[in-house]
Design a protein around this ligand. Sequence first.
Ligand code: C5P
Length: 197
Amino acid sequence: MIFTVAVDGPAAAGKGTISRAVATEFGFAHLDTGLLYRAVGVVSELRGVDPVTVARSLSPEDLARDDLRSLAAGDAASRVAVISDVRAALVDFQRSFARRSGGAVLDGRDIGTVICPQAEVKIFVTASAEARAHRRWREVGGDEAQVLAEVRARDDRDMNRAEAPLRPAADAVRLDTTDLSIAEAVARASALIRTCL
Ligand code: C5P
């Protein structure tokens, strides 16, 4: 069975958690596409190599680095994500993952709009900037106002870039998680997938 679930949205809206949970529930493979951009950002900074070259030769070791979850890695990711040749280098890998047999869930910023416009299910996960910053702050600590400023800066960069800006596909279903528990958000996403299977 070929079946693609595209999950997009801003940082810390809950896309990763929802995607992992529904992938497990339906037995689909899951790809966190943010990890690709994080690896390109971190590896190119560390080795002083052009991000496009890194994107064209990403290795499983690059994707398995344990520093990819940091705020700094997210920031490096969003800086290389504006480069159109970086995005182009990552398209084929994401598309073949999406069309593998057995079903796939991909989460990111442009899955429903650019990578998989034909996805069987598209979900756009949102939450207020304050709620997202609070969640991120609970994970990473530090100054909550500073985390909120970083969340807003990243939203701004992701939504206003020329190439594949963050926006919902016209046929995406919006899921606002501001006042939802994880269980409630997952239940809504999985009910939606069930109706499209
Ligand atoms: O989702 P995550 O926070 O890991 O993504 C890090 C950054 O990578 C995002 O802020 C965005 O700039 C970029 N990204 C993207 N397209 C995707 C996934 C992530 O531009 N499909």
